[in-house]
Design a protein around this ligand. Structure first.
Ligand SMILES: [Zn+2]
Length: 212
């Protein structure tokens, strides 16, 4: 059983995704990371990706699907995959369903649910480490990164205008996908506004059930 993890920016999706993948030995499929990895590869798909990135173009849907297909070729049926941030829009959801069917893989969806107001608050107050790019919420009061002692700064695109653009695109493009899976697949909601440990416990409780 694979997992498709949904959540607006600031929902803690990335953090939880890593914890889950670790605990259940799942492979994470995250489009951005996969694109960067492929761009370094000397394959025809790698070259395609590299050209698109260099041209600063968005990666078309067919190529995203080709990437997932390619990704899923090198693991066996028993391995579980955690899809992070994909499908992002309706046209992707349809191709994704088709591909998963062809690959004979089943999945359930988990939504890290937080309000738009909370997402906005978290994104406007978070800081990142200049060196290792670790993200720190406003509740972290120290001036330096816990991991590498780097300086903590506000990311340039964490300004109110660009945050608004990112949140708006989530509601416009990804929300319909979530509503679609509420109807056509299994979608579980986790209250992402709780403390990080509590969120994690809830997810683990849920996954323990799903995976048994
Ligand atoms: Zn750091």
């Amino acid at each position: 059983m694979d997992i498709v993890l949904f959540g607006i920016q600031g929902s803690g999706k990335g953090t939880q995704g890593k914890i889950i993948a670790d605990k259940y030995q799942m492979r994470i499929f995250e489009t951005g990371a996969e694109l960067r990895r492929l761009a370094k590869e000397d394959s025809s798909l790698g070259k395609k990706v590299k050209n698109l990135i260099e041209a600063g173009q968005l990666v078309p849907n067919e190529i995203v699907m080709e990437i997932i297909e390619n990704f899923s070729k090198d693991f066996n049926k028993n391995e579980k995959v955690l899809f992070d941030g994909i499908p992002r829009k309706m046209e992707q959801a349809q191709s994704f369903d088709k591909l998963m069917k062809e690959l004979n893989r089943e999945f359930v969806c988990i939504l890290m649910d937080i309000s738009e107001k909370e997402a906005y608050r978290r994104l406007t107050t978070r800081r990142i480490c200049e060196e290792c790019k670790s993200v720190y919420p406003s509740t972290y009061e120290k001036e330096k990164c816990e991991k590498c002692q780097g300086k903590l700064i506000t990311r340039q695109d964490d300004n109110p205008e660009s945050i608004k653009v990112r949140l708006d695109s989530y509601y416009k493009e990804t929300m319909p996908v979530i509503e679609y899976y509420e109807k056509t697949a299994k979608l579980y909601k986790i209250n992402g506004e709780q403390k990080i440990d509590k969120v994690n416990n809830e997810i683990i409780e849920l996954l323990d059930k799903i995976f048994t």
